[in-house]
Design a protein around this ligand. Structure first.
Ligand SMILES: Cc1cc2nc3c(=O)[nH]c(=O)nc-3n(C[C@H](O)[C@H](O)[C@H](O)COP(=O)(O)OP(=O)(O)OC[C@H]3O[C@@H](n4cnc5c(N)ncnc54)[C@H](O)[C@@H]3O)c2cc1C
Length: 294
């Protein structure tokens, strides 16, 4: 097996073009498991950890650009205040060791339906930057997940960055597993309230072949908040709104029974998480310290 260690993005893209079957490796927390269990036997590995620009984040015109090799630990420590939903998801991933190695770029590369960054990225309206020797292109998170462990990157492309706008409203992330830590999600839910455009966005994980948004639930909640003037008044949510939102989020899922949980449990837990996430997000939104933000 060839082991390639490019020192720049240009070298990495040249290697990807020359060896389309080569497997990129960043933190290796998925790749090494796959290789150790003999599920993958690539002809070459392209180690992306020697490329400085992939390990950096910066801001441009209000947007945050996170290099694909920025670790979860750094997202929590350096970006937790600006990107709370993604940081919440990052805090639930693996253990400190996994968070010190693992990256959002790797989570996107693996494109597992159970990847925890995905619901947060969908809710936050993230865009994925892909690069090849032909140039770069941007793909909205909701268009990125094509199937179980399949994503929109071509064989000559690398994930170079994730772009997010710091939110104008509260964000939440919730996941349920078979134990409290170091656990793959049985179901996961991300929520972002966007009061600047009176929009609600969601992401659900581990409950369908791909991470996806619960579009109908989003439209329902945004309209209910708008019709009652709640975006402006920040009054308490009407009784039953959270339950109805939860039911509609759950209706967007198409889960399966597997070793981690039954489809029925996934649907139930998703409805509960959605209701709770809305309650927490709305409590944040009503805090006096937030008054005037929108
Ligand atoms: C013990 C343990 C616990 C875990 N817990 C969780 C958890 O709670 N939640 C969760 O979501 N995941 C979990 N994972 C899975 C894993 O840690 C995450 O998916 C992580 O985000 C992978 O990042 P990485 O940098 O290690 O990726 P890698 O293993 O390096 O790569 C993963 C995939 O992405 C591809 N890839 C990597 N970088 C790029 C790039 N720049 N461009 C294109 N393709 C790329 C690789 O080829 C590979 O297919 C766990 C793994 C372990 C071993």
């Amino acid at each position: 097996m060839e082991f390639l260690r490019p020192a720049s993005m240009a070298e990495a893209l040249a290697a990807k073009a020359e060896y389309p079957g080569a497997l990129p490796i960043t933190g290796g927390t998925d790749v090494m498991v796959e290789m150790n269990f003999d599920r993958q036997r690539p002809t070459a590995l392209i180690d992306l950890t020697g490329i400085p620009e992939l390990a950096q984040w910066d801001t441009d015109d209000g947007r945050v650009r996170i290099g694909a090799a920025v670790t979860y630990s750094r997202i929590i420590g350096e970006l937790g205040d600006r990107l709370p939903g993604l940081a919440m998801a990052a805090r639930t991933i693996g253990s400190p060791q996994i968070r010190n190695r693992g990256t959002v770029g790797g989570n996107l590369g693996a494109a597992s339906p159970a990847g925890d960054s995905h619901p947060a990225l969908l809710a936050a309206d993230a865009t994925i930057e892909l690069q090849s020797e032909q140039g770069s292109r941007m793909v909205a998170a909701e268009k990125f997940y094509l199937g179980v462990k399949r994503n929109a990157a071509r064989s000559d492309e690398l994930i170079s960055a994730i772009h997010l706008t710091p939110p104008s409203g509260p964000q939440q992330f919730s996941k349920i597993g078979t134990r409290n830590a170091m656990v793959i999600s049985v179901a996961a839910f991300g929520l972002a309230l966007h009061p600047d455009r009176k929009e609600v966005r969601t992401g659900v994980g581990s409950v369908a072949p791909t991470p996806r948004r619960a579009y109908e639930a989003e439209t329902f909640l945004a309209a209910a908040l708008d019709e009652a003037g709640l975006w402006e008044s920040r009054d308490a949510l009407p009784d039953g709104l959270g339950d109805e939102f939860g039911r509609r989020v759950s209706a967007a899922a198409s889960p399966i029974d597997d070793v981690r949980g039954t489809a029925a449990y996934r649907l139930h837990s998703l409805a509960v998480m959605a209701r709770r996430a809305l309650t927490w997000a709305w409590t944040d939104y009503r805090r006096p310290s937030d008054a005037g933000k929108d």
